[in-house]
Design a binder for this molecule. Structure first.
Ligand SMILES: Cc1cc2nc3c(=O)[nH]c(=O)nc-3n(C[C@H](O)[C@H](O)[C@H](O)COP(=O)(O)OP(=O)(O)OC[C@H]3O[C@@H](n4cnc5c(N)ncnc54)[C@H](O)[C@@H]3O)c2cc1C
Length: 314
């Protein structure tokens, strides 16, 4: 019984979260004494597919004919290909959230989300985040097959070079959705993939003041994000809204500028490894959650920070 891992690409390149999922699958396979089969349902070159071998996949099955976003077809194909798999690994992305529940029903398999640890033994027992990361649950699977959806950025990349066999299939699945194209926020670092996120809130006073936030993000190679009210009032696009009802952030470094630290905001960002808060109010709740805090005016602190980082980089 192998470990099957679902992969995701963007513009023909695998996402960092996919390499993390393959690394996780590979470590799981070592515990179970088996191998890793990766599945790609997108149009990806052989040169890119073979990169999965660097993280431990010994075989890649490529079926590029599935329409993007068609989770019904994707779950059907994954179910058909997982007859020999005891564990099916996903990175906990938006796509995974669409596919895993359907797959779980098709396979009568336990589905464990927000996974943050490897199984302790061949009996699948793992830790998962729950209650907006306020608690860690220990869950044991009680089914023959188990679907694990790992919390992005919680495991990291582990290189484990394998000779990787590529198997292409021209199987056609006539899905219920037809992908007609996409509009992208070009040139921007995606919040879910970013190692550093610079985020700002209502303390910035108005959209005209975001220049310094973008500049700080630029010098750090970071993604920009914002609190919910900021996107609600149209200062920033909704795609930047982070928190409980927005995008989750699991960055290495999260810098919150002029954000109070309401529970709904923290719920979505507190999986970040290091959090820095910049706020004029020493009583702002964010300071209780942050690893580092600067009590000060963003309009003074941020330009100085940019200047110092530039100096340091030079
Ligand atoms: C069901 C529900 C879901 C929600 N989901 C989310 C969510 O997903 N994400 C989210 O963000 N919110 C969410 N909220 C809203 C949340 O409760 C807060 O209202 C929101 O996070 C506050 O945004 P803020 O920190 O930008 O603004 P404020 O609370 O107004 O805080 C502004 C902060 O800026 C500081 N400040 C002011 N001037 C400066 C300055 N010059 N320099 C530095 N600091 C300064 C102030 O001291 C203050 O702490 C949700 C609320 C509900 C009820």
């Amino acid at each position: 019984m192998s470990v099957l891992v679902y992969t995701e690409s963007w513009g023909g390149n695998f996402r960092k979260s996919t390499f993390e999922a393959v690394s996780y699958a590979s470590e799981t396979a070592k515990i179970l004494g088996t191998n890793v089969v990766a599945l790609s349902l997108e149009d990806v070159s052989d040169e890119e597919l073979v990169k999965l071998g660097s993280y431990g996949a010994s075989k890649v099955v490529s079926i590029p004919s599935v329409n993007k976003g068609d989770s019904q077809s994707a779950s059907k194909i994954i179910a058909e290909l997982s007859t020999d798999a005891s564990v099916i690994v996903f990175s906990g992305t938006h796509t995974a959230r669409m596919i895993t529940p359907r797959l779980s029903v098709k396979l009568a398999a336990a589905c464990i989300t927000n996974v943050i640890s490897l199984t302790e033994s061949s009996e699948i027992t793992i830790k998962r985040k729950s209650f907006s990361t306020k608690a860690i649950e220990i869950i044991k699977s009680n089914t023959e097959k188990t679907i694990l959806s790992i919390s992005p950025n919680s495991f990291g990349l582990i290189e484990n070079q394998m000779d990787c066999l590529i198997e292409r299939s021209d199987f056609i699945e006539k899905g219920s959705l037809i992908f007609e194209g996409q509009e992208t926020a070009s040139g921007k670092i995606s919040i879910s993939e970013a190692e550093i996120v610079v985020s700002a809130g209502r303390g910035l006073k108005g959209p005209e003041n975001w220049g310094m936030i973008e500049e700080l993000a630029d010098v750090l190679g970071a993604a920009t994000a914002c609190s919910k009210p900021v996107s609600d009032i149209g200062w920033r696009p909704h795609s930047e809204h982070v928190g409980q009802t927005g995008k989750p952030v699991t960055a290495d470094l999260y810098i919150a500028i002029g954000i109070s630290g309401a529970i709904q905001h923290l719920a979505g960002v507190n999986s970040s490894k290091v959090m820095v808060a910049i706020n004029t109010d020493p009583e702002a709740p964010f300071f209780k959650a942050a690893d580092y805090g600067i009590i000060g005016d963003a309009f003074e602190v941020v330009p100085k920070l940019i200047q110092e980082i530039k100096k340091f980089k030079n």
